[in-house]
Design a protein around this ligand. Sequence first.
Ligand code: TYM
Length: 326
Amino acid sequence: MARVFSGIQPTGDLHLGNLLGAITNWVRDLDHDEAIYCIVDSHAITIPKDPGELAERTLALASLLLACGLDPERCLLFVQSHVPQHAQLGWIMECTVSFGELSRMTQFKDKRERADFVSAGLFTYPALQAADILLYDTEKVPVGDDQKQHIELCRDAAERFNRRYGDTFVLPQHSIPTAGARVMDLQEPSNKMSKSAASPQGTVLVTDAPEAVLRKFKRAVTDSDGEVRYDPATKPGVTNLLSILGAATRTDPAALAERYSQYGPLKTDCAEAVIAVLEPIQARYAELRDDPAEVQRVLRVGAERAESQAATVLDRAQRAIGLLPR
Ligand code: TYM
C-alpha cells in the first residue's frame, strides 16, 4: 500500500487527456493505495480567472471526479484553498527551489508565451505543487507525462531540504501510465489535448454527448498514406487514435494496429470505446449535479481530514527549519 497524492486544476472542462492520463489511474489506485486527491484552485489563479466561474467550476469538477469513480469512502477529495497548510509550505518550498530550476520548467515557458499577464505565481507554481505533494508524505504521484518535470523538481527540492535540515520529507515518485500518458489533440496531433486548444473539435470532453464524440473522432486528422501503424514520430494522428483506443480498452496500442487496415474502422472503434467509458460517468454526473450540498459535504470532510495530516508535516518542516513554535 503506497501513499498517493495528485491534483487537478478547476479550469475548463475535464477532457479525455485528464481522464486517460490521470483520473483513470486515480480510481484504479483506490483498490490498493491510500489516496488523496486535490482540486488545485490556488494553482488555477496563477492565470486570472472570472471569480463567478472559478467557484462554479470547482464544484462542477468535484462532481465530475466523484462521477468518475473517486469513492469518498475510499479516498480524500478536497479543495486546495480549504487547507491553508498548502500556502504555508508553498512559501517554504519557494525558498527551497532555485530561480534557475524554475526557469527551466517547460510548462512555464509555454504558458508564459500565451499569457497576457505573467504573474509571479505562474513562475513559482512548481514550488506550490511540491508543497501539495510533500504535505502528505506522498510516495506515488499518478500524473500524465506533462507533469513529470514538476514531480522531478519536487523530489529534488525534498532531497535538498532533507540534506540541509535533516530527514523531513518523504521522496515521491511519479507514476505515468503506459497508454494514455499523453493524449494528443485530434485536430493537431502534434499538440497535447488541452483545455485551451485552438479548435474545440480537437478536444473530447468527458461531458460530450455520444454524437459529438463520434463526430470528433470521424474528423480526426490522420495522414494520407493510408497505413495503420503505431509510430509517434511519422504518424502522430494514427498513433494517437491507437493510444486512445488502447487506454480505453486496456490493450497494447502497438498490438491493436495489426487489427486495422483502414482509418475509418479505427476511428469508429475509438469513438465507441470512448463513448462506453463516458456513458456511466455522465449518468452519475447528472445525478450529482442535482445534489450540490452532498458534493460540498464530501469536500468539507475531505478538507478536515487533509488538514489534520498536513498540519503534522508542516509542523515537522517548520521545526526543522528553525521557525519558533507558537
Ligand atoms: P492539470 O490540471 O493540467 O491536469 C490534470 C492531470 O491531467 C493530466 N493531463 C493529461 N494526461 C494525458 N494527456 C493529456 N493531453 C493531458 N492533459 C492533462 C495531467 O498530467 C495531470 O495529471 N500542475 C498540475 C496540477 C497539480 C498537481 C499537484 C498534480 C497541482 N499540484 C500535485 C500532481 C501533484 C496540473 O496543472 O494538472
